[in-house]
Design a protein. Structure first.
Lengths: 309, 353
């Protein structure tokens, strides 16, 4: 791609429409991880929760529910799986790594099992009518997105406000930094952590539902394809701030959209796998770049048992 | 509810915890079997028969257990030192890739090495490839504080794409009718069969020997002591003079090498060539095996045979009564979670106030 072609690409609105579309599940997922980690709990269940949200949301709509009810179902599925993660990591103070991986495996396997039980012998995946573009909005680029993108964008300031301007947000940050001190101030640590994990996991469920209810119109195996893990990396890159999370997701989506274009235009230049690798390589590079100054929530991954140090 | 630490936990309870957890899991999963419209008793009977009920079933289970045993050991040693290596899947594939690359250097390419030497080089290359792949994340963790979970997970995707690139390009078998697969290994380089007319190969003995070796290493050597000390409390270990970074790096090399060998042994013992669907997630299942075994190397042997039996048995059960094979993945994942809880209950007592 020459410099001239590159500038032409940047001036092309369809490119930016693609960027925002690719960014949407990452924004939702990253906000979900952010909520959990701000409260001091790593949630590696995200990859599986996204699969489960994508499946149950789609299944509800396929069964006749309105699209928004599908989104609610996906959020509920995420919330339930989050509750399980909270029970294991907060209630029982088990390893957050292992519990999260267990939930990813369980949620993925359950979704695939459920899909095969519901559709034992289908050659082509059954489809639904996904969310329509918001033509009524009258704004460039945003009008070509679906309402879930708008929801994701609105959630960024909302969660930032909640975290930094409300007593609830203060409580969430406190239990993530110093649960002993929070307990001393009368903050119910277990309840706040559980609430944050359930809310964060619900967002992850919606992130998955975006794939089946907006981006595509069917459920495929392996459709989440590491997006959840990328969200876990993006949160570190964003130093646990909602605004930066949005920025990180957009930046990431920019490179992903760019590699797609490069694949299509100058495809013969390099094997296509090199382009597909780019997002994962970039995530690792981003982690290395911010590693030195990353300020993890102090109590992240530290289980809290009342009265035990 | 609050948890109260038990003053001592009985060895019997500790040994029975995984068994109880698995039984609990099977009871819960019977609801899913009912959902698929199949009789629970018959489904589990068929699963048991398909996994362990005949010489053929057992041979298939043992064949499947070999890669799982090795990835299980890879997870065991890493998790013992609290190095969360989730990248065994990628390490398995680079191991397999290195094995077919080195194994392909035979007379036709001007490298007239005796097959025995080439075989040794092939296995060493696989172990080295796996070890080097984990060395990066381990060093990034030790030097920069980058969480190894995310880096090893992301590397799995990168490695799979890299292998796909190699099998589409320089390492593609030109005679494979366009399928992305490597040139098959020469017969001299493949592992012998353990039982005639089955697929069980001598890789099983390798797996068993490596498990015993790892157990001895953990129990009788200074490195083993250091690994346990770093895993129990890295800061206290450093204070007591344990070289923490060096131990973590050695653990990473060991864990990566075991996963790399899993790939090489799978190629040399079962498939003969490398394809992109060689491993249905053996790297990830290895973590379940390590946890089911309570991070005990010899327990990993038993756990891998159990998990392989569930996977193989579910395949055959599915063919008979149509319960989707994914039931096996559900059982394996749910066993992981229930074994975690069961082990906790051997150390803590739940008090309802």
């Amino acid at each position: 791609m020459t410099g001239h072609e590159f500038i032409e690409l940047l001036a092309n609105p369809t490119f930016w429409i693609a960027v925002l579309r690719i960014a949407t599940p990452l924004i939702l997922g990253t906000l979900g991880v952010l909520l959990c980690e701000r409260a001091g709990v790593l949630n590696l269940g995200i990859e599986g929760i996204m699969v489960a949200g994508a499946f149950t949301g789609w299944l509800a709509v396929y069964g006749g529910a309105p699209l928004w009810l599908g989104v609610v179902v996906a959020a509920g599925t995420g919330g339930l799986l989050g509750l399980l993660h909270a029970f294991l990591t907060v209630g029982l103070a088990l390893s957050q790594h292992v519990s999260g991986l267990g939930i990813t495996m369980l949620a993925t396997a359950l979704s695939y099992y459920g899909y095969r039980v519901s559709f034992p012998k289908v050659a082509t995946p059954p489809t639904i009518t996904p969310f329509a573009e918001m033509d009524w909005l009258g704004l460039p680029i945003l009008a070509q997105q679906t309402p879930l993108t708008l929801l994701a964008l609105l959630l960024v300031p909302l969660i930032a406000y909640m975290l930094y301007r409300t007593p609830l947000g203060l409580a969430v940050r406190m239990v993530g930094e110093n649960p002993q001190a929070a307990e001393g101030q009368g903050v119910p640590v277990v309840a706040v952590r559980t609430g944050a994990i359930v809310a964060g996991s619900a967002l992850m469920g919606v992130a998955g539902a975006f794939l089946t209810l907006s981006a595509f119109n069917a459920f495929f195996f392996n459709m989440v394809n590491g997006r959840g893990w990328i969200c876990v990396a993006l949160v570190v890159f964003a130093s646990w701030r909602p605004g930066k999370a949005l920025l990180g997701a957009l930046l990431f989506a920019f490179f992903d959209a760019l590699q797609l274009r490069l694949q299509q235009s100058g495809g013969a230049l390099l094997p296509y796998q090199m382009y597909l690798m780019l997002p994962y390589v970039l995530s690792i590079v981003a982690l290395i770049l911010v590693a030195r100054k990353a300020s993890y929530p102090q109590a992240l991954m530290k289980p809290y048992r009342k009265g035990e140090r | 509810m609050r948890l109260e630490k038990r003053s001592q936990s009985s060895t019997l309870a500790l040994a029975l915890a995984p068994v109880g957890a698995v039984i609990f899991t099977l009871i819960v999963c019977s609801l899913l079997v009912l959902w698929a419209g199949a009789p629970v008793g018959q489904a589990y009977a068929l699963l048991l028969k398909g996994g362990f009920g005949s010489v053929f079933a057992l041979s298939e289970t043992l064949t499947r257990a070999i890669p799982l045993m090795l990835t299980g050991l890879a997870a065991t040693v890493a998790f013992k030192a609290r190095l969360f290596n989730i990248g065994a899947e990628g390490q398995l594939y680079v191991g397999a890739l290195a094995a077919v690359a080195v194994g392909g250097l035979h007379d036709g390419t001007g490298w007239a090495l005796p097959p025995a030497l080439l075989f040794v080089l092939m296995m060493l290359a696989a172990a080295l490839a796996g070890a080097l792949l984990l060395l990066g994340p381990a060093l990034m963790k030790a030097r920069l504080g980058v969480d190894e979970v995310v880096t090893t997970l992301l590397l799995n995707f990168i490695v799979l794409l890299f292998v796909s690139m190699m099998l589409d390009g320089p390492m593609k078998d030109p005679l494979a009718m366009g399928w992305p697969q490597s040139v098959a290994l020469l017969d001299d380089l493949t592992l012998g069969k353990l039982i005639a007319q089955t697929r069980v190969h001598t890789g099983l003995l390798w797996g068993g020997a490596l498990a015993v070796g790892l157990w001895a290493l953990m129990k009788f050597t200074v490195l083993g002591f250091n690994i346990r000390a770093v895993g129990a409390n890295a800061r206290a270990a450093a204070f007591a003079g344990v070289p923490v970074t060096r131990t973590v790096v050695l653990v990473a090399m060991l864990s990566g090498a075991l996963a790399g060998l899993a790939g090489a042994i799978e190629v040399a013992g079962r498939t003969g060539y490398l394809t992109l669907d060689m491993s249905p997630g053996y790297g990830y299942t290895g973590i379940v095996i390590a946890m089911l075994a309570g991070l005990h190397p010899l327990g990993a042997v038993a756990a891998s045979i159990f998990v392989a039996g569930v996977l193989v048995g579910a395949d055959s059960m599915s063919r008979v009564i149509g319960v989707p094979t994914y039931i096996a993945d559900v059982i394996v994942a749910a066993s992981l979670i229930s074994v975690l809880v069961a082990t906790l209950l051997t150390q803590y007592r739940a008090r309802w106030k």
